[in-house]
Design a protein around this ligand. Sequence first.
Ligand code: NAD
Length: 421
Amino acid sequence: MNSDTNINSYHVAQQHIKHAVDQLGLPQDVYEYLKAPMRMVEAAIPVEMDNGKISVFIGYRSQHNNVMGPYKGGIRFSPDVNADEVKALSIWMTFKCVVARVPFGGAKGAVACDPTKMSLRELETLSRRYMGRMAPILGSKKDIPAPDINTNAQVMAWMADEYCNIQQNNDFGVITGKPLEMGGCVGRETATGKGLMYATREAAKARGILLQNSTVAIQGFGNVGSSVARFLEEQGCKIIAVTDIDGGVYNPEGLNIVGLLQYHCETGSVKDFPGSSAIDNRELFALECDILIPAAVENQITGEVARHIKAKIIVEGANGPTIPEADEILTGKNVLLVPDILANSGGAIVSYFEWVQNNYSFYWTENEIQKQLEQKIVEAFKYLNSYCTSYTCAITMREAAYIYALQRLYDTMKVRGWMHV
Ligand code: NAD
């Protein structure tokens, strides 16, 4: 799902690790250890379609590293997903879980399919068959999937049910992001957006920008983009532009997000929302605004895009939306960039809460969950922000996040006897 097919996200993720290894002065063996997933499973998944014909879908599960705990990471359904994209996403999960201080390793799953062209029955069969292929390597103490692009609580319910049937148990902790009826956690669906809002609020404070009346542009209006739009509007922000895969909308006075959500619900897109003018991704990224939130897919902020960015703060809702060349340009322009592995960790954090509740069969109130989510994001932000300023030389928040996480991964690998250098 890379917008620029010349950019390989796996190489980008490896670059992040290599850079942190060099900055910390760790042995190159650490890079060799972490540059590839510990296990990558690719499976052919036959599904009988409604027309009676068999379609064979390719499914993936990349388990990057589990030194910190069971593997954890979402499953996406997307037509052009490939093995390298999944490997990259699993690497980012390993680092994200350390930054968020949740005791998980990193994994990611995917199926190359276009869910918009499939019936509910076909989707259910595909979800169950995917689980059939992957069940041996999953488990509440082994590897715990969750939703990602084009998957949701219903898909998680089908997969978790299939797992329970195969294992002949009711181990709901095998998957997070489930419906409430099946051991889901209140607030999970909007947790990534809520966490992003907290990260944005902290970044604005750090830059001396008042959220009230600050202007925000958001790429992507799915689970993450739409929920952060709503939460930031509640904080008094003006969401002046939003794009999705079909088009975009702009209103310098601020879009009515409740109305846009309703419109999106009815039409499936933000395109042509009444009271707005059309805008594309290139124009959205170049807008005069305070805060920019890429919340769609990888590799959107290239060097060329970065050169035109005027926002003071970028908060990465998507995984891997910014390529390293753009990072350098943005640093040169003094843009405060809150990296994905911190900014969008709200989903991983509340997934952890869901997993704990499933393991104990004891459920918390929404208040408790929101309070702890806020606390975790704010702590992580403050910690990394102070790391940036106290480090021996000036580093970006992305560098701080990778350095911090890598040191902890390295220490734990040594303590467990995985490496002795
Ligand atoms: P989603 O499928 O709900 O929404 C994706 C949105 O991006 C849609 O509005 C789609 O139209 C839009 N989009 C896709 N390609 C686009 C393009 N080229 N230009 C503009 N818009 C485009 O997915 P989501 O769950 O909201 O995930 C979005 C991003 O956030 C992904 O990178 C995902 O990995 C990341 N993420 C999601 C979660 C989660 O809990 N869902 C957690 C952490 C990170």
